[in-house]
Design a protein around this ligand. Structure first.
Ligand code: HEC
Ligand code: HEC
Length: 383
């Protein structure tokens, strides 16, 4: 009997070899705490006078899936930003009236952005929201068409009048387009992601609650240690939203097709400057125009070629394929990319300093993926 028990115990200890606890240095701990707290508090957008207005949010919600914003009445924002797919489309590159060059960004926590789109071609959520309406490859409509369609629907026209104190018929087509985009922005600001397993761990670490910390898998803890430590991921994927909000180059090839490059941030700055809808323009509702400072001072540099916005990693497990062109299908592929990165492919000098092949072991790569998978939570919107 005693022999049997001893055998069983030996078997059990072979099967479940206890994993060593993960220890974090003071520096790693500080870096982890900087990825929170979550959720952030909402502040209305000063450049959009209807930001946070319930009537504008309701109109924006309706228009977001309304095909009348498209030339042929056959697609909407929600076609490429599908609420059932974390407000992305699951494709490598989106298809509107034609295939576009880039991957649809999953919409969430947008009040935290400084720049919008992969290249920051817009400096406000409302300016970003009117771009696809006009883009010949996306919805292919025009300001005139939007005004005509809003004016033709008594319900929409009345909602517009209630929010903006004027009517689509009385306002210029350009103003109707901007107001439509501001309502769309008011709705999109309410798309937020909830608390994640990582957030619970981060708060437990902050209060040294060992019992709560133990709810977070050891694989995720080891992956987190790589993320803030030798992976140096946190340098760019910084703060509560896992992005510094700026642009960089991590060696993703930027040919849109053979012989044609996507200029990245370099082109984004040119488009931003040329846009009549940027925050320096007449449609910014912020009286002091303090919101326009980053746009006033942004400089176009040679290093901006081939740079793309550092994406947020909140909900990243739900938002593949990855990178500006959707060229990496899974998180394992992304981790492999960073592990084996070809430094010859880096164009910018800044990226070259930070980025070098990590040469992760199979287990380290799996741990890093496990960590990235703990950044997911439910996506919700205002009712
Ligand atoms: C044909 C697919 C398609 C349609 C339709 C579409 N989008 Fe997008 N959306 C994209 C792509 C692709 C990007 C990335 C654009 C870029 O950087 O070039 C994007 C980016 C965005 C962003 C930037 C998010 C961020 O974090 O910077 C917002 C906001 C957005 N779209 C809102 C909208 C709204 C509002 C509509 C409807 C009026 C819409 N989109 C229609 C594909 C689409
Ligand atoms: C030098 C800044 C920088 C560093 C360091 C960095 N990243 Fe990134 N990351 C970026 C940029 C920029 C992109 C988008 C690149 C593109 O689309 O061309 C990106 C994209 C990603 C994506 C794809 C997200 C999406 O929605 O498409 C993931 C996942 C990611 N990084 C994880 C990591 C991990 C894990 C590390 C550490 C091993 C890391 N990053 C290190 C800047 C950085």
């Amino acid at each position: 009997m005693a022999g049997c028990l001893a055998l069983a115990a030996a078997g059990a200890s072979l099967a479940v070899k206890p994993e060593p606890p993960v220890a974090f240095s003071d520096e790693e701990r500080a870096a982890i705490l900087a990825h929170g707290p979550w959720p952030p508090t909402f502040t209305p957008d000063p450049s959009n006078r209807v930001s946070g207005d319930p009537a504008a949010i309701a109109l924006g919600r309706q228009l977001f899936s309304d095909p009348r914003l498209s030339r042929d009445r056959d697609r909407a924002c929600a076609t490429c930003h599908n609420p059932a797919r974390a407000f992305a489309d699951g494709r490598d590159r989106s298809i509107g009236l034609a295939r576009v060059d880039r991957n649809a960004i999953a919409l969430a926590n947008l009040r935290l952005n400084r720049w919008f789109g992969w290249t920051g071609a817009a400096d406000s959520l409302w300016a970003q929201s009117l771009r696809p309406i006009l883009d010949a490859k996306e919805l292919g409509a025009s300001a005139e068409l939007v005004r005509e369609r809003l004016a033709a629907d008594p319900g929409l026209a009345a909602a517009y009048a209630g929010i903006f104190g004027s009517t689509p018929t009385a306002d210029s087509p350009e103003l109707v387009l901007v107001n439509t985009a501001k309502a769309l922005a008011a709705f999109q600001e309410t798309i937020t992601t909830g608390r994640t397993a990582f957030d619970a761990f981060r708060d437990a670490l902050a209060s040294a609650d060992r019992q709560a910390m133990a709810n977070y898998s050891l694989a995720a803890q080891r992956g987190l240690k790589i993320f803030v430590g030798k992976g140096r991921c946190t340098v760019c994927h910084h703060g509560a939203n896992f992005t510094n909000g700026e642009f960089d180059d991590v060696g993703v090839p930027f040919f849109a097709e053979p012989g044609r490059v996507d200029p990245g941030r370099h082109g984004g700055i040119a488009a931003l400057r040329a846009s009549p809808f940027n925050l320096l323009g007449r449609y910014n509702d912020d009286p002091g125009k303090a919101t326009a400072s980053p746009t006033r001072y942004v400089e176009q540099l040679h290093r901006n070629w081939g740079e793309f916005r550092v994406p947020s990693l909140r909900n990243v497990a739900e938002t593949g394929p990855y990178m500006h062109n959707g060229s990496l299908a899974t998180l394992r592929d992304v981790v492999r990319h960073y592990s084996e990165i070809d430094v010859e492919r880096l164009h910018g000098d800044d990226g070259a300093r930070l980025i070098r092949p990590l040469r992760l072991s199979a287990r380290e790569a799996a741990d890093l993926v496990s960590f990235l998978e703990t950044l997911s939570a439910k996506v919700s919107t205002a009712n």
